[in-house]
Design a protein. Structure first.
Length: 137
């Protein structure tokens, strides 16, 4: 599916720029120290680099710091954004466990993303899959 802008350039329609949002979350108190989660700033750099690789403009960044009480305010703002302005092509996260630590949240996020056509991009998942393919070959 090719998204197009209404404005024409030299008699042809020009594809619109892709739009991405980034969600970042620190390590919570209930999570063990065994989980290796980078700092918010490191997650931010990785996610912005992923947006650049996807040729997408970052139009929103949603952050929940470590120890943020439930419900997470950054996640609530993200869901509000998806409801009000659903034209996000990508939601970029460092890893899936940063986005949805519990099963109930996974359903809510999945429903919002599916209803808006937003693609979820997990840098850590893509990195691990790529590394496994290299080892297998």
């Amino acid at each position: 599916m090719l998204n197009k802008r209404k404005r024409k350039e030299h008699g042809r329609e020009r594809p619109r720029r892709k739009r991405a949002a980034i969600y970042l979350r620190g390590l919570g108190d209930s999570e063990t120290d065994l989980i290796k989660v980078p700092s918010i700033n490191t997650q931010r750099r990785i996610c912005h680099r992923e947006a650049k690789d996807l040729c997408a403009d970052v139009v929103g960044e949603f952050v929940d710091l470590a120890g943020t009480p439930l419900p997470h305010p950054g996640m609530e703002r993200l869901l509000d954004r998806l409801d009000k302005e659903p034209w996000l092509d990508y939601l970029i996260v460092y890893s899936l466990d940063r986005l949805v630590p519990e099963c109930e949240g996974a359903f809510i996020i999945g429903w919002h993303l599916g209803s808006t056509g937003t693609v979820l991009v997990s840098w850590a998942h893509a990195y691990e899959s790529s590394a496994k393919r290299k080892i297998a070959n």
